[in-house]
Design a protein around this ligand. Structure first.
Ligand code: 5GP
Length: 198
């Protein structure tokens, strides 16, 4: 059985990370992809756990060698999904979660149409701003930039397969679980597994 590729996006501060953590705690066979990035680690972030922190040069090499399933520039830094671990986990029958931006998610859907795109939506823009401030890791100017970026990201929502409003983490996780169950009941998923249609 091949695993399901689940892509979670949404504006910064919407709670993708918390949802992802909660989902993986409940389903310990789900593999979370660790992205490569050129941005500097924030306090508390560990190389190889939260991201692979790489130089711009190394990132360019990864692109050239086709080692990335997708990549994008977010703010002034580069982010990308290493292809090999995703392919390996899916082949082993493990579901894989990518927590990536809108540009990357649309690239994944183009390359792997079976990927399921879920947009995490904030209860409101005011709440999103409150969450960004509460995180306290970013300077005021950065918060303003992220809010502006968030507004433009929200416009991509109709291109996704599903939208989940993150008003309560447990409720959002329950909806994602339901999406995963439903997706595995689709004929296309069934036939991709070698199931018979006649
Ligand atoms: P942060 O710097 O706050 O960790 O992430 C900034 C943005 O980059 C978030 O929207 C996050 O989802 C996105 N991001 C993280 N990893 C990847 C990746 O591998 N590819 C793409 N396209 N976006 C990513």
């Amino acid at each position: 059985m091949r695993g399901l590729l689940l892509v979670l996006s949404g504006p910064s501060g919407v709670g993708k990370g918390t949802i992802c953590q909660a989902l993986c705690q409940r389903h310990n066979r789900i593999a979370v992809s660790v992205s490569a990035t050129t941005r500097a680690p924030r306090p508390g972030e560990t190389d190889g756990v939260h991201y692979f922190f790489v130089s711009r040069e190394r990132f360019r090499t990864m692109i050239e060698r086709n080692e990335l399933l997708e990549w994008a520039q977010v703010y002034q830094d580069f982010y990308g999904t290493p292809r090999a671990p995703v392919a390996r986990s899916l082949a082993e029958g493990r579901d894989v979660v990518l927590e990536i931006d809108v540009q990357g998610a649309l690239q994944v859907k183009e390359k792997l149409p079976a990927a399921v795109l879920v947009f995490i939506y904030p209860p409101s823009l005011e709440e999103l701003e409150r969450r960004l401030r509460r995180r306290g890791t970013d300077a005021e100017e950065r918060i303003a930039r992220r809010l502006e970026w968030a507004r433009s990201e929200l416009e991509a929502m109709p291109k996704y397969d599903y939208v989940v409003v993150n008003d309560r983490v447990e409720a959002a996780v329950a909806k994602i679980e339901a999406i995963m169950v439903a997706e595995k009941c689709r004929p296309v998923y069934f036939t991709a597994q070698g199931g018979k249609t006649s």
